[in-house]
Design a protein around this ligand. Structure first.
Ligand code: ADP
Length: 399
């Protein structure tokens, strides 16, 4: 038996098929440029990986192509689609309606639709993925796993903005937070590695990828996170500016004559590391530029690291202390220089980075010294695994 994990973007579809017993990955793939004539589908593991160019006019066609590949005797070779007992769908925005993963029914679909204004690109894409799977794999239990759900434990003092009350009560303008599945996964994994109950630990999780967010996980619950009403808020990211004085938006419009769309593009796509360096949103390119003595690149890294340190300090104080700090996602998992910029010089707070351990590569690992009171960890995130586990747990609970 198998569980399928689906992550549907506006023009893409990423999936993993896992064995429901061992949770081993049996197949994974990515359909890109869905809806355009030059769409393609990459799939398979290791040496068997290949890319097929084929027209995928919509997400239904993409899901159909994936299922054909799963049934193909020369590929994954499932006997039939009934072998897929559950499908876990990543849904970006669950608003205030969802505090955990749920079995999808008509009411859930209606609530995901209600959240479309909050995630206008992502939620409609997830809905198309769900609809396609309901049509093509009707026997499987369909489960929704929300990026926002983990953050629904954040108390009002942290999720409300100091704006007029009606903007929250009538328009639901509040902090929602994102990357919840990743923060939940690495926090739980940190507790396993430390061999201590999650309920005893105060953890700061740093998801540093293209998008970046930090979360304060107090005894298993998210109590604050750096992304806000949208993923634009918080730390500096690849192309997003993170927190800025909101009056800058007004200034850009009134003094520089920019339109709302231009400001949106500027802050979401043209800022962050890319905007600061004028070179790239990819931190590897920024390091290359630093090696060539590019001063803008040097400053960009300092601004990026400083923003992360600021949030770590804030969350350690708001939780009354911190037992572990976890680094994850593309930058957090791979970039030892950046980790050093963020985590060194904090010995006064009991945070002692071990430079030798930090420089090593590998899977889950501790990078603090043995006498550091705060344990520093690098843990590769695995959102798909958690989505699969949630889907299987709901399948098992269904009886
Ligand atoms: P996404 O948020 O799109 O899932 P990832 O978690 O894959 O992103 O992170 C992507 C970013 O991680 C890249 O833009 C790059 O800056 C960084 N990254 C990836 N691999 C490495 C590496 N080996 N060394 C340093 N940085 C890396």
């Amino acid at each position: 038996m198998y569980v399928l994990v689906m992550n549907t973007g506006s023009s893409s579809l990423k999936y993993q098929l896992l064995d429901s017993e061992s949770l081993a990955i049996v197949d994974k793939g990515l359909c890109e440029k869905v809806g355009s004539p030059d769409s393609f589908y990459s799939h398979g593991l290791g040496d068997a990986a290949r890319t097929d160019t084929l027209p995928l006019f919509d997400h239904l066609a993409a899901v159909r192509a994936v299922l054909e590949n799963l049934l193909d005797p020369s590929s994954v070779a499932l006997a039939n689609l009934e072998e897929i007992i559950a499908v876990g769908h990543r849904v970006v925005h669950g608003g205030e309606a969802f505090v955990k993963s749920v079995v999808i029914d008509e009411d859930v679909i209606a609530k995901i639709k209600e959240c479309v204004p909050l995630a206008p690109l992502h939620n409609p894409a997830a809905l198309t993925g769900i609809e396609a799977c309901q049509t093509l794999i009707p026997a499987a239990l369909q489960v929704a796993v929300f990026d926002t759900a983990f953050h629904q434990t954040i108390p009002p003092r942290a999720f409300r903005y100091a704006l007029p009350d009606t903007l929250y009560t009538q328009h639901r303008i509040r902090k929602y937070g994102f990357h919840g599945t990743s923060h939940r996964y690495v926090a739980a994994r940190a507790a396993e590695i430390l061999e201590r109950p999650l309920e005893d630990l105060r953890i700061i999780t740093c998801h540093l990828g293209n998008g970046c967010s930090l979360t304060a996980v107090d005894r298993g619950h998210s109590v604050d996170t750096s992304m806000g009403f949208t993923p634009l808020d918080g730390v500096v990211m690849g192309t997003r500016c993170g927190s800025i004085d909101p009056a800058i938006v007004v200034y850009l419009i009134t003094e520089l004559g920019m339109s709302a769309e231009e400001v949106d593009r500027l802050m979401n796509r043209e800022s962050g590391l890319l905007g600061l360096t004028g070179i790239s949103n990819d931190i590897r390119d920024v390091h290359t530029a630093v090696a060539d003595s590019d001063e803008r690149a040097e400053l960009a890294l300092e601004i990026y690291a400083n923003a992360i340190r600021r949030y770590i300090g804030q969350y350690a104080f708001s939780m009354g202390g911190v037992d572990a700090i976890v680094m994850t996602a593309g930058v957090g998992e791979n970039d030892s220089i950046l980790r050093q910029m963020v985590l060194s010089g904090l010995e006064g707070f009991g945070i002692v980075l071990d430079e030798r351990r930090n420089a090593l590569r590998g899977a889950d690992r501790v990078i603090s010294t043995d006498d550091s009171s705060v344990t520093l960890l690098v843990i590769p995130t695995n959102e798909e695994l958690l989505i699969a586990k949630d889907a299987l747990a709901l399948w098992a609970a269904r009886g």
